[in-house]
Write a protein that binds this ligand. Sequence first.
Ligand SMILES: Nc1nc2c(ncn2[C@@H]2O[C@H](COP(=O)(O)OP(=O)(O)O)[C@@H](O)[C@H]2O)c(=O)[nH]1
Ligand SMILES: [Mg+2]
Length: 246
Amino acid sequence: MERGKVKKKEKGKEPEREKIRGRGKEEKDKRKEVEKGNEKGKEEEKEKEKEQFKGKEEKEKNNSALAKPQLELPEKNNHILVLGLDGAGKTSVLHSLALNRVQHSKAPTQGFNEVCISTEDSQMDFLEIGGSEPFRSYWETYMSRGILLIFVVDSADHNRLPEAKKYLHQLIETNPFIPLVVFANKQDLKTAYHITDIHEALALSEVGNDRKMFLFGTQVTENGSEIPSTMQDAKDLIAHLAAGMQ
Ligand SMILES: Nc1nc2c(ncn2[C@@H]2O[C@H](COP(=O)(O)OP(=O)(O)O)[C@@H](O)[C@H]2O)c(=O)[nH]1
Ligand SMILES: [Mg+2]
């Protein structure tokens, strides 16, 4: 496993913003912007109601079949891809990285979730693709255009680790050089596997000698608290890797 030496930035120095564009049919108007600070209250309540309603609609739609959903597909290249099985914590991790504050996701991602993180000296365009069955068919499509793969696993979901491993290896086979950053998430849970076990369960020693690979133990715990230092380190590393791939 390779560890990158990345200069640590001063936390909280530059204001960061993220833009989130839900791309599912129902998600278009869902979330426009997540910003640090106060713009909560009433707006948030309204959004919550909307989300609940949309979630219901999506559920009904998806129950009918596992067919490819009708989605507006992101066209941009050079994305940092955020993939992994549903429920692993992709959205939570991504939003926490964007805000430097823990932010639990409120609903499963139905389709695409684009998040742009701008810092003083760089801009990173993340693309999360929903991890449930109907959306996995899009993963490979975006692999060839991605510059970095962040693969998130639920370290406590032991039963699904073989499935996660299968998808991960299928994905990286399609792009032999894309750097890989694995987040062994939910380390706060008592039953979570340690990162050395995750390394083994995902057969990370087999990802190829020509590929840069990094593994982080992550956790998204109390809403609003500062992200753990490992997540800050991961964010710095991702910025460094992404800059090298542009
Ligand atoms: N305990 C714990 N729960 C988490 C963590 N990360 C995410 N979750 C929860 O796991 C569920 C799925 O998270 P989400 O980010 O939507 O997963 P996604 O489907 O991969 O995007 C949500 O209820 C989150 O609050 C974590 O590190 N620890
Ligand atoms: Mg999600």
